[in-house]
Design a protein around this ligand. Sequence first.
Ligand code: PMP
Length: 422
Amino acid sequence: VTRPLAEVVGAELVTPLVGGGSTRYVNLDYAASAPALSEVATHLTEVLPFYASVHRGAGYASQVSTSVYENARTIVREFVGGRPDDEVVFTRNTTDSLNLLAGCLPAAGEVLYLDIEHHANLLPWQGRPHRSVVAARTLAETLERVRAWLKAGEISLVAVTGASNITGEILPIAELAALAHEHGARIVVDAAQLAPHRRIDIEAADIDYLAFSGHKLYAPFGAGALVGRRDWLDNGRPYLAGGGAVREVRLDSVAWAEGPARHEAGSPNVLGAATLAKAAQVLASLDTDSWYAHEQQLRDALVAGLRQIDGVTVHNLFEDSALGVSAASRGAVGIVNFSVEGHDAGLTAAYLSAEHGVGLRDGRFCAHPALRRLGLASGSLRASFGLGSRLEDVERLVTGVRELVDRGLGLDYTVDAGRWVP
Ligand code: PMP
């Protein structure tokens, strides 16, 4: 099935402007959270009136909820190309998924991760024996550094992002998976940024574990998933202790369940799972050529527009990301990172919001080590696109940045209680 992208997009917002009046809100912060697609919002209202206890009731509503929940598991597995025996654990988000996996690692071995990772794919491993690799300026050289560590160390898991939340650049996950397996390690991919922008096939890419978040995938907050090989998950420490995660409980002992139930104690988030699955179905229905081309066009237009403005620098992690190390790992998702010389990132973002109705992200993007290495310890700006983005959004941002530079406001402005004060 191929569908026009505009058909699946949800509601739009209108934002007030500081000088008076209002305008269509230009959301350039999809990488933080993506607003629900229209069918996802509709599905939420369909499930909301009758949802009931999952797995625990004989009544009809419980049966329906249980089947909605378990069906969502199957949809999510298929969405990422999971193997039939892969486990799908519903979590709260990517952070939760990676922390869960960290509790299931085998006793021996170390975790290897790059210094470009989001804190969610870095801090859970810090509590375990680990090695970190400083990424090189090229993907090819970065792969060589990973290879060297895999050879030298006793690595049990390589943890890597699928696409950088800082710059959108795509990592060669299939190549990294092959490298890891060659040296007896497994790989987990943080797909928080990749899953909303590219079709993923974990079986074809030979990925062992994949983590992602519903709220970045055009579904509501509160549900994410960890998909992957069941042996570690079935033998790992149950993520939460409580009802539903057990086979038998005695007063001072327990036999834990296997399967996803082991890590899903407590009443599960059936609405979250149902809407996450609906979003996955909508994304799976898109024509990838027009989907990817739409984002690429916006990204190229923004990079070109920003580069024409004096004092604006667009940041990349890798010099060869346009080439990649294989066709599948080439390029970037719809994220552009930049800074404006002499202008504080936070104040620039506030200015663009107040005067131009553009919402983007500033700061260090929960990736302090990478920003420090890039010389951006005081933060930069990130514009990110999604299905509802338009070329006029790019124009609005570029116009706003140019105006800021032309006005030469420097650091001579401020934001007071969320209000822009020229
Ligand atoms: N990894 C990456 C690459 C991300 O971009 C994010 C969200 N910014 C996360 C992990 C964490 O996602 P969540 O907040 O949904 O747990």
